[in-house]
Design a binder for this molecule. Structure first.
Ligand SMILES: Cc1cc2nc3c(=O)[nH]c(=O)nc-3n(C[C@H](O)[C@H](O)[C@H](O)COP(=O)(O)OP(=O)(O)OC[C@H]3O[C@@H](n4cnc5c(N)ncnc54)[C@H](O)[C@@H]3O)c2cc1C
Ligand SMILES: Cc1cc2nc3c(=O)[nH]c(=O)nc-3n(C[C@H](O)[C@H](O)[C@H](O)COP(=O)(O)O)c2cc1C
Length: 620
């Protein structure tokens, strides 16, 4: 790097592959764009402004509801919380609740909700403080300077009858922490709506979303109960769904749906549009290991979306719908439910059986404990936060592992199947930044993934669901003689030989190369793409001191500033928790130092670059 041309037009700052892709993100990703309403008749509508089915006041009135819980969710957390809250409102406070995707309704009718009803908003924040796709119309209405609400367009307080509560899902790793719920709360207030309890903020980065949610809803319910004159009833568990078992004679075995990858999916042409709930079953054309290390794995996986009409642009994300390993599926079935075909399919493909367990759910399980002794243990775990942290959270146990540790011999079948389905979240797709270019080959789509494997107490190892599925596939596909610890149901699918297909879909992103190809580009990445790129490497795991990409930026402060003056595009990819913030701060310092202005002014310039799209992030 000694001879670096100070005005080289393309400058690449690279981290080691290890620090480029961080493997320890707690975020579980998935796309949930299907529009849904639970607790009311199924809706189908044209995008008609006056469609009565999109009128929430009508819908609540017609279906005799007095509480609606709206969600705006990308990876499903907000949706899960909305469902939980609605169940609690119904069982504990006798409210007539419904859950609704924000996208389904025309929110101009919020002004017509009766005063004795409750409206709850549970919304996540993404990108630069943006709402999810499914909350976009609502967001535009609420942030408009001149929103028009049904029947009250002249009033300064069109939402004066609306009583609401709001909880946001976000992460302190991002600059615009919970920006969406804060803005919605502000706007609802400006239009005259009155809230119950303070707006709740869940922080995914601190791992406290569940606690934040619990604390928020306690305050919220107390105010709601007081204002609406509700009595809290102490209820034992009331299932919200009913299981009806039908024996094999009901369905010819070929008609039983066994999950995403089944013979039908692969042998018949697949029809789009493809998304997280309806992925395309793609051929995995090639997979290989990138690391040369006994204990760390990084995979490059090529998919062939040929004939699928799946298109992507550099910067988009590929969503992979994983399956759970045989080991975890068997553990779950052994502990809780009979190993029928249907349960196997549910546990393998649809339930996030490896996810963290919450103290709240553990406390709820106590009433179904197999023995009084186990009941006491579950109660203790559910009520003593530190004890729960030591026994469960710090070891990253999933539900079946926790119950197995408590008593592996006990009969846990007293836990209702409905409770398991209600409480265990859906197995969501994981997202990967596409690491191939359609300009080179339209028929190939590649991802690069670091395998998640974390050992606790020297004994229990947490295996990331999607990355270990990819690792096992890579080993099997290349017939490697080092099988992975976890095996998957490759060859159980309808008796077919092992199959190397995987359900995928594309999620477009805003992370884009500049339209003007003459602009300089500064990015941190792993490979040199053209001879014009200069690669500068920071090794965070080698040498006496840790060296990060921001140190390399600082060393070349003059050059970085010169490129910025020439309107260079600045790209940051990888870790949101630490790296993204450090780089932004460093750039602010560089701008300040090289232009002899204050650090505050330097940071404002970087901030402006962000809002103009000159500074782009693909971080998680
Ligand atoms: C926009 C975007 C782009 C991304 N791009 C890439 C990329 O290019 N390459 C890449 O490698 N990754 C990328 N990721 C991350 C990727 O989506 C996955 O999150 C990652 O691969 C881990 O998935 P997994 O299923 O293997 O692990 P998971 O099973 O989801 O586990 C992930 C983490 O969750 C926590 N966890 C899981 N189970 C438990 C438990 N029982 N108890 C306590 N904690 C638990 C742990 O901290 C664990 O490390 C991206 C993420 C996003 C959002
Ligand atoms: C790519 C990405 C961007 C994000 N941007 C923000 C953000 O700007 N502000 C914020 O508070 N949280 C942000 N988050 C955190 C999410 O809001 C958080 O993970 C939330 O729990 C997701 O909820 P959901 O599962 O309902 O979609 C972001 C997460 C990801 C993966």
């Amino acid at each position: 790097m000694e001879n670096l041309d100070p005005l080289s037009s393309l400058l690449v700052f690279a981290l080691t592959a290890a620090s480029f892709i961080h493997s320890t993100k707690g975020t579980l990703w998935g796309l949930s764009k299907s529009s849904k309403v639970d607790g009311s008749p199924a809706l189908s509508f044209e995008d008609d402004e006056d469609d009565p089915e999109r009128n929430i006041a009508n819908q609540m009135n017609n279906s005799d509801k007095n509480c609606v819980v709206f969600y705006g969710s990308q990876t499903g957390t907000a949706e899960d919380y909305a469902k939980r809250l609605a169940r609690e409102g119904s069982s504990k406070y006798n409210l007539k609740t419904m859950v609704a995707d924000l996208e389904v309704f025309d929110h101009r009718h919020l002004s017509s909700l009766p005063e004795n009803s409750l409206c709850v908003f549970i919304v996540a924040t993404y990108g630069e403080g943006d709402p999810m796709d499914n909350a976009m119309d609502f967001w535009e209405l609420m942030t408009s300077d001149t929103p028009s609400f049904a029947g009250e367009s002249d009033s300064a307080q069109p939402l004066q009858r609306l009583r609401y509560a709001a909880f946001g899902l976000g992460s302190k790793s991002y600059e615009n922490y919970n920006a969406v719920v804060k803005r919605i709360d502000e706007s609802l207030g400006q239009h005259g709506a009155r809230h119950f309890g303070p707006v709740g903020l869940g922080d995914n980065a601190g791992g406290t979303t569940e606690e934040d949610f619990m604390a928020w809803k306690e305050l919220m319910w107390a105010e709601v109960a007081m204002a609406m004159g509700l009595q809290e009833t102490v209820v034992s568990y009331k299932p919200s769904l009913k299981f009806v078992e039908k024996g094999p004679s009901h369905y010819p075995s070929l008609k039983v749906y066994r999950g995403h990858i089944a013979t039908n999916d692969i042998s018949t042409p697949q029809r789009g549009p493809f998304n997280g709930t309806k992925p395309y079953i793609a051929i995995v054309s090639k997979s290989r290991e990138l690391f040369n290390s006994a204990d760390r794995n990084c995979l490059h996986v090529d998919f062939s979306p040929q004939g699928s009409n799946l298109t992507h642009t550099t910067g988009d994300h590929a969503g992979i719908s994983p399956m759970n390993s045989i080991k975890e599926v068997d553990r779950f079935l052994n502990i809780f439910v009979p190993a029928t075909t249907t349960w196997e399919a549910i546990a393998r493909h649809y339930m996030d059986i490896c996810a963290p367990v919450s103290g709240r759910f553990t406390a709820q399980l106590a009433q179904f404990a197999p023995t009084p002794k186990r009941k006491r243990e579950l109660r203790r775990l559910g009520s003593e936060r530190e004890y729960f942290r030591m026994q469960v959270t710090a070891r990253c146990l999933n539900l079946a592992q926790m119950c197995h540790n408590i008593d592996s011999q006990a009969d846990w079948s007293s836990v209702p199947a409905s409770l398991l389905v209600e409480e265990i979240g859906a197995l969501r797709p994981r997202y990967y930044s596409i690491s191939s270019s359609p300009l080179l080959d339209k028929q190939q789509l590649s991802i690069t993934a670091v395998v998640v494997s974390e050992t606790f107490d020297g004994s229990h190892t947490l295996k990331g669901v999607a990355t270990n599925y990819l690792l096992a596939l890579q080993r099997k596909q290349n017939a490697e003689d080092t099988p992975t610890e976890a095996d998957y149901a490759w060859d159980k699918i309808d008796g077919q030989p092992p199959t190397f297909h995987m359900p995928i879909h594309i999620r477009p992103s805003k992370f884009r190369l500049p339209k003007d190809a003459t602009l300089p580009v500064i990015m941190q990445y792993t490979e040199i793409l053209t001879p014009n790129f200069e690669l500068i490497v920071a090794f965070s795991r080698e040498g006496p001191s840790k060296e990060y990409v921001q140190h390399k930026l600082l060393e070349r402060a003059q050059l970085v500033n010169e490129l910025l003056v020439r309107n260079a595009m600045f790209y940051v990819c990888g870790d949101a928790a630490n790296m993204a913030g450090e780089i932004k701060k460093t750039l602010g310092h560089i701008v300040a130092q090289t232009r002899t202005i204050s650090i505050a002014d330097g940071s404002s310039i970087v901030q402006r670059m962000r809002s103009m799209g000159q500074y782009q992030e693909d971080v998680w």
